[in-house]
Design a protein around this ligand. Structure first.
Ligand code: SF4
Length: 475
């Protein structure tokens, strides 16, 4: 007996259920394996003579970072029109909350295949997702509602929750340790724009005041005295900017505290400057720390920050796999959801498959971009984040399906579907929490009140936008 489709397969046998129609049915997202490629850096006029040995040198990458328009011109030659440089300069002078710092590795992932046929190179550069958040320009920003009225420099109040300089105690069992305030790359949307990086004309940065050695001593003393804290996110800035010997000493001291069970190293440089994590002394040092962590039963992981699949290249994958080979238990990604960069389900899935299948990095979280000044053009509404979470379900292995989270001021991370109440017209969502932060020890209603989060005003219906305009006129 043949099947309806006329195949010779017996009806009822397992293979008969795999009809070509079902296997090839149209899906909203179609997975295709895409191997990683290192874009050819010699396509840039300023790097025509750069050798592979130079490219793979952490030192060369750091020395050749692009820090200003003049240096960008020197690399790009006449690929870009003057209007782009003027646009970039205008942003740096008026609205940028972060100064420019771009390792060659990251610049090389912009327009990696060159402009499309018939497309002007400058237009391709403007449209590039990595350019969008690493080299923001004035014309990217919204002209109306550039900042949300509730935006704030330290939007997560991390500084308010310092229990020692750089040590934020927000969740009951976890702390964030900011060892320093610099990174090998500066991202336009940095949530720690209050503290991280050089001052810009728009933002005078806070300064860490203690000497590093005293800051680290204060962290260790606090952790020894608070055995209820079991998990330390070692961050900054980016730990790739802590001289390795200092970082290793700090980690070994953490590992001596018996109550510490999880250590997570935060480094975007695993992607932005993977050459750093491939240096022999760093690899050997990570191996020593990982061995000690394993012996003591502590989970040592690396958390990185990749926002687009174009940022994943073979050398990034090599750095991640090297960390796993020398004993780091996991390398996880915490990206940021941003309009113009990755806020659509196909882009997120392409990135997640690249991370999971090609680079050995677990897609872990996507954060909604925080309510910092001048970031409204990047932010999405909670409803958009919920839709994206819905649309990415079911394609990746469950354990590698990232959660999209909203970091609600005074609350902490909440999955985007955990919203308690949502006023879509005015773009105000309300959230609750089940623990006190370190500044609420005596607040009786901390666990019963609702905390607000705000959607970008330009995404609201007309009536909602009018309401906000009226609020602003009356204030
Ligand atoms: S690497 Fe992280 S801390 Fe540094 S600028 Fe980027 S987002 Fe901010």
């Amino acid at each position: 007996m043949s099947t309806e489709a006329g195949s010779a397969v017996e009806a009822g046998s397992p293979s008969s259920r795999l009809t070509p129609d079902r296997a090839g049915a149209d899906q909203p997202y179609e997975y295709r394996r895409v191997p990683l490629v290192e874009p050819d850096w010699t396509r840039f006029p300023g790097w025509r003579q750069v050798t592979a040995a130079q490219w793979e040198s952490s030192q060369w990458q750091r020395v050749n970072c692009v820090k200003n328009v003049k240096q960008l011109r020197a690399v790009m030659g006449d690929l870009l029109d003057d209007r782009f440089y003027a646009d970039l300069e205008a942003d740096q002078q008026a609205t940028a909350t972060m100064s420019m710092l771009l390792p060659p590795q990251m610049l090389n992932t912009m327009v990696p295949q060159g402009a499309a046929a018939g497309q002007e190179y400058t237009e391709a550069f403007y449209a590039d997702p990595v350019r969008n958040y690493m080299l923001p320009v004035a014309s990217d920003r919204l002209t109306e509602w550039t900042s949300h009225p509730h935006s704030a420099r330290d939007s997560l109040h991390e500084h308010d929750m310092w229990v020692a300089e750089g040590l934020t105690h927000r969740y009951p069992t976890k702390v964030l340790a900011e060892l320093l305030s610099t990174c090998p790359q500066y991202c336009g949307h940095c949530t720690r724009m209050d503290l991280v990086g050089n001052s810009t004309p728009a933002v005078a940065k806070l300064k860490l005041e203690l000497k590093p050695v005293d800051r680290y001593d204060a962290h260790i003393a606090y952790l020894k005295n608070h055995p209820g804290v079991r998990d330390v996110v070692v961050s900054g800035g980016d730990v790739a900017n802590v001289p390795w010997k200092q970082l290793e000493a700090y980690l070994m001291r953490l590992l001596e505290i018996e109550t510490i069970r999880d250590i997570r190293l935060a480094t975007k440089a695993l992607m932005g400057l993977p050459q750093h994590w491939l240096q022999a002394d760093v690899v050997e040092g990570v191996e020593r720390v990982a061995r000690t962590a394993r012996r003591r039963g502590v989970n040592l992981a690396i958390h990185t920050h990749v926002n687009h699949v174009n940022s994943l290249t073979p050398i990034v994958a090599k750095a991640a796999r090297t960390m796993l080979e020398v004993g780091v238990r996991d390398v996880r990604n915490q990206g940021v959801l941003m309009r113009g960069v990755n806020a659509d389900s196909h882009t997120l899935l392409d990135l997640c498959f690249g991370l999971q299948g090609e680079a050995g990095i677990l897609p872990y979280y996507f954060y909604m971009c925080d309510m910092i000044p001048n970031a409204e053009h990047w932010r999405v509404g909670v409803w958009q984040a919920q839709q994206l979470q819905h649309d990415i379900m079911g394609y990746l292995p469950g354990y590698a399906t990232p959660r999209i989270v909203c970091d609600v001021p005074f609350v902490g991370k909440r999955w985007v579907h955990m919203v308690t109440e949502y006023d879509r017209e005015h773009g105000i969502s309300y959230w609750t929490k089940n623990y006190r932060t370190s500044i609420e020890a005596t607040e009786s209603d901390a666990l019963t009140k609702r905390y607000a989060y705000y959607d970008p005003i330009d995404t609201l219906p007309e009536s909602g936008r009018r309401w906000w305009s009226k609020q602003q006129q009356e204030s």
